[in-house]
Design a protein around this ligand. Structure first.
Ligand code: GDP
Ligand code: MG
Length: 682
């Protein structure tokens, strides 16, 4: 017996309603739809296997109901002496007072004696035998040995059908075993019980031997299916006191588990959980009624299917109730705190509930239906799990970006360190969260992985970091470029206002030195950015090209028409209007104006070819750039051809500048001439 102690003590509180009897089969031979509810009223539905069933068999008016009421405290109808009226036909059931026992009393006519239809008797006897652990066979002492009078003929039929229908072994390989407890009534005592017992045993054996058995059960013995036990009671009226005390003695055999002759031995139990009894009995009755071939294993499997489905549905609906409120937040993108713990709790509660109630049923069916239940539970949990992962993924990326931005707020940060730290924290957050979100425990965990989601998160963090690094690199190159421009501005201006043959050498040295500093500034920063070699190559090429363009812009400034012509004019004036000592000349008619003019003009004109092309005297200083460096950091740029950038003035331009300068120079010449004339005129 599986003893549910809590329940057992609980149900031993007697109350009028909880011992109400129920007519399980009425005189129309219909099975009551109320039995399951009644078992609940009796507080037996949670008893599991901790209950027993007893039924009674015997001729009409042999004191069966009287005996049951005495033994179990029930209130079955007893025939009224004064009116001798027949009680309602049918099978009644009642819970034994103070005990987990369902007692069945069979009411009926004695068909044989009254010449009525024996159908009901046969069916109710068969039903009692098939469904109870102990069958009390009640008979008068004087019926012993009387085959007809003791209903032995009926017993034979019942045995026969019972063997055919229920003779096969159960799923766990046992025979259905039943105790036949013979109670001999109005025992006078002249024939000792032992002798009566011998007669009854021999009669039973005779009946067994005469049964027509199914071929596969030919060898089965009476003892394979039945145990027999015997008891005698004195006359209820003539030996009233002894009757009562003997009944109380007999009652102990139904109550005291420690007694050796305790009747409810585990071997007799039908192994139907209490909450399945109603369905099971109804099934047996239906089969008995329709005389369909039936064996108990099949019946038990049917019962198991029905009950396991019911139990599963209850567990599932509770589970769904719990899961429902979390669905919306997850769907709306929220990371639900402690969702995994909740899911594990719903799931295990549902399975515990199912296991508690369903594990008592047919093992195969129980396992199959459990697997079904697990499937349904997991298919409900799966979208929650995946939703939670998705939401965490999003939240982690937000966190990652935020940490990166915060880290790069200052001036001297190490990009690689910031990315590494942010990545580590986010991975930890995700991993911990994902592990928490797994809705199962134990071995099942292997079916709930988040590797793909983790990989995806890592990839997305990498691409965010890459993009960020590119943006940062771009900014950095821009800053370096700006600094470069500042740095070359003054020296280049200076070199270009002092036209000397090695003017370009000086410009290029300045350029090279400044660019060198810019490049190393880049490399220092780039190291902390974890830039790839390819990225460095591109960035440096860009930097060089932009530096060159900056230089070129500076040169353009200095060689723009007006400023270049001004430069020539100044150069010319310095030579024509001032003497070697830098003193302004005052022309006198004796001066060689023409000679001085020509000399100054020709020297000045030499500057035009000097400025026309960036050409250092020292050839090794010549700077070259690959003609088309890819500039990934610039959005768009015109075609760039390095060699053409070396030319400052084209030939046409040079000619144009020459002629414009000549005009300027001529003006100086004329002015000089006029000044001599005027001095002579004075
Ligand atoms: P049932 O039809 O087998 O259920 O018998 P009942 O319990 O209704 O009793 C039928 C009649 O027999 C009633 O009048 C009882 O008082 C009487 N009766 C009950 N027990 C005994 C008994 O042990 N001996 C005798 N002689 N009569 C009994
Ligand atoms: Mg009765």
């Amino acid at each position: 017996h599986t003893v549910l102690n809590g329940d057992a003590t609980h149900i031993r509180t007697d109350s009028a309603a909880s011992f109400k009897r129920v007519q399980i089969i009425n005189d129309e031979k219909q099975f009551t739809p109320d039995l399951a509810k009644q078992i609940e009223h009796w507080s037996l539905h949670n008893a599991g296997f901790d209950y027993d069933i007893v039924a009674v068999f015997g001729s009409q008016s042999t004191g069966k109901s009287t005996l049951l009421n005495r033994l179990f405290g029930t209130d079955f109808d007893v025939m009224d002496e004064t009116r001798r009226q027949q009680t309602t036909k049918g099978i009644w059931m009642c819970r034994g007072k103070g005990m987990n026992v369902m007692v069945m009393d069979v009411e009926g006519t004695d068909g044989r004696e009254r010449g009525e239809d024996q159908d009901f008797e046969r069916k109710s006897a068969l039903f009692s035998l098939a469904s109870s652990e102990v069958l009390i066979i009640n008979l008068w002492e004087h019926q012993v040995g009387l085959y007809q009078g003791a209903n032995m003929g009926l017993l034979k039929t019942v045995f026969e059908v019972n063997l055919a229908l229920f003779g096969k072994k159960t799923a766990d390989g046992r025979n259905q075993r039943t105790l036949l407890l013979f109670v001999i009534r109005d025992h006078i005592g002249t024939t000792p019980l032992d002798n009566l017992q011998t007669t009854l045993t021999a009669d039973m054996q005779k009946i067994w031997d005469s049964l027509s058995k199914p071929p596969e059960l030919q060898d089965r013995q009476l003892s394979d299916y039945f145990d027999m036990s015997f008891s005698a009671l004195p006359h209820k009226v003539l030996a009233a006191e002894k009757f009562e005390s003997d009944v109380q003695e007999l009652r102990k055999r139904f109550v005291d588990k420690s007694r050796e002759d305790y009747v409810f031995k585990p071997a007799y139990h039908k192994r139907i959980p209490a909450d399945g009894v109603a369905f099971y009995m109804e099934g047996i009755w239906e089969q008995v009624q329709t005389n369909k071939d039936l064996d108990l294993p099949t019946q038990q499997e049917l019962l198991a299917q029905f009950r396991c489905d019911e139990i599963s549905a209850v567990a599932l609906s509770e589970f769904n109730e719990q899961a429902k409120p979390q669905r919306r937040p997850v769907e709306s993108g929220k990371v639900v705190e402690g969702l995994g713990a909740m899911m594990r709790s719903w799931r295990s509660t549902a399975l515990e509930r199912y296991d508690r109630d369903a594990s008592r049923y047919h093992p195969g069916v129980y396992k199959r239906k459990r697997a079904d239940l697990v499937g349904v539970l997991d298919s409900t949990l799966s979208p929650l799990f995946l939703g939670q992962l998705k939401n965490m993924h999003k939240a982690c990326l937000v966190q990652f970006k935020q940490e990166m931005h915060e880290g790069m707020r200052g001036e001297n940060y190490n990009f690689a360190e910031i990315v590494g730290a942010a990545r580590e924290r986010c991975e930890k957050t995700f991993d911990e969260g994902a592990r928490e979100a797994v809705p199962v425990e134990g071995e099942d965990v292997v079916h709930w992985t988040y590797d793909d989601e983790f990989t995806l998160l890592r990839e997305e963090m990498s691409s965010i970091a890459d993009q960020c690094r590119k943006d940062e690199t771009k900014k950095m190159v821009n800053v370096i470029e700006r600094n470069f421009k500042k740095q070359i501005s003054e020296p280049v201006d200076l070199h270009l206002t002092q036209p000397t043959p090695n003017m370009w050498d000086k410009v290029l040295v300045t350029f090279r030195d400044t660019l060198g500093k810019a490049e190393s500034a880049y490399l220092v920063k780039a190291k902390s950015f974890n830039c790839t070699d390819a990225e460095n190559t591109t960035a440096l090429a860009t930097l060089r090209k932009r530096a060159w363009m900056a230089l070129r812009a500076k040169i353009d400034e200095q060689t723009a028409d007006q400023s270049f012509l001004a430069k020539l004019r100044t150069f010319f004036e310095e030579r024509f209007r001032y003497d070697e000592k830098g003193v302004p000349r005052v022309w006198t008619p004796s001066d060689d104006i023409d000679g001085a003019f020509q000399k100054a003009r020709d020297e000045t004109l030499e500057l035009i070819p000097l400025y026309s092309k960036i050409a250092p005297v020292e050839k090794s200083l010549a700077y070259t750039l690959p003609s088309e460096p890819s500039d990934s950091l610039a959005s768009s740029e015109e075609d760039f051809d390095f060699p053409t950038t070396l030319t400052i003035f084209t030939e046409t331009k040079a000619l144009d500048l020459t002629s414009r300068f000549r005009k300027d120079a001529d003006a100086f010449y004329v002015e000089a001439k006029r000044s001599t004339v005027s001095s002579v005129a004075q």
